[in-house]
Design a protein around this ligand. Structure first.
Ligand SMILES: [Mn+2]
Length: 309
């Protein structure tokens, strides 16, 4: 499918790149890197983020964009589920580039490869296959995406290919020290305030740890939902935890769950029970409801899937 996508990129002129709600390192990095590549090819492009991006992810120059275009092609990056687009409607023909495992192939043109660490790694492969030079801005964004989705080269998706790609990216101008510091060593005080709330409310049930953050909590400490980006990884760092669940209210009646597991696919199995998806060990879902009422129910579902003993 990669080759069909390359053909389309060559044939068409106007593109939009759309990623998932709550954009993270990978979705922002892959989107911006691909936009830079389209710039080089002389194509018109605009980036669509369904919700605000944390400032820490925007440390390279902006790709050139044209806002008021009618795109021929809508590239969905790091997402293949229309429900995760936060109400954004793609305007062109849909092309999906994603590394999240799907139960069934989505309709239309899609390149889905769960063996890839990240959408950013896929964009790297795409740019290389088009024989384009990797510029420092592309390299930095792709490196950021790989770093983000591998948890800083920690998770089981940290393959030899990931290190090989990271090596090429550092040679092309990505600065590993600068990027790691931006992502790991520049937390806001608000982030830690939110973390304190989450830790205060933690519920443990065997190898499962769950917690939540209410919509009004953000107002109470004058934080924004993007201040809590990546905070699930703190729960996932707890020793003895096999499955961790963090519920976050996106608005007063909508809850997003982030779920992580270690060693088993219990994260995905738990998310699927609520209509969600993801990878085996990193999954999520969004439902109507209240976080404090839902948390026990999600933990109970998780109990079915964690290893016994
Ligand atoms: Mn990703």
């Amino acid at each position: 499918m990669k080759n069909r996508i390359i053909e389309l990129i060559k044939e068409q002129d106007r593109f939009e790149i759309i990623t998932h709600e709550g954009p993270d390192e990978d979705s922002v990095g892959s989107s911006r890197a691909l936009a830079f590549a389209l710039n080089v090819l002389g194509k018109t492009v605009r980036l669509v983020y369904p919700s605000p991006i944390p400032d820490s992810l925007l440390f390279t120059p902006e790709p050139k964009q044209k806002k008021g275009i009618t795109p021929q092609i809508s590239i969905l990056l790091d997402v293949s589920d229309m429900k995760l687009l936060g109400g954004v409607k793609p305007l062109g023909e849909i092309v999906i580039i994603d590394h999240h495992r799907k139960k069934e192939e989505p309709e239309g043109i899609s390149w889905i490869d769960p063996r890839k660490s990240s959408a950013s790694e896929m964009v790297y492969d795409l740019i290389r296959a088009m024989d384009l030079e990797i510029t420092p801005a592309m390299a930095s964004n792709i490196y950021m995406g790989i770093f983000g989705d591998t948890g800083g080269f920690i998770h089981s998706n940290t393959t030899p290919k990931v290190f090989k790609t990271a090596y090429e990216l550092t040679k092309a101008g990505a600065d590993p020290n600068q990027i790691a510091y931006k992502l790991k060593k520049s937390r806001s005080l608000k982030y830690y305030h939110i973390l304190c709330m989450i830790m205060d409310r933690i519920i443990q049930s065997g190898k499962i740890f769950g917690s939540y953050i209410r919509y009004r909590d953000f107002g109470d400490i004058r934080a924004n939902p993007e201040d809590a980006a990546g905070i699930i990884e703190e729960l996932a760092s707890l020793g003895g935890a096999e499955l961790v669940i963090l519920l976050r209210e996106l608005n007063p009646d909508t809850v997003h769950a982030s779920i992580r597991s270690k060693g088993t696919e219990s994260a995905l199995k738990t998310a699927r029970a609520f209509g969600g998806g993801g990878h085996g060990m990193a999954a999520g879902f969004t439902v109507k409801g209240r976080a404090d009422e839902l948390i026990e129910q999600v933990i109970e579902e998780g109990m079915k899937w964690v290893s016994k003993g």
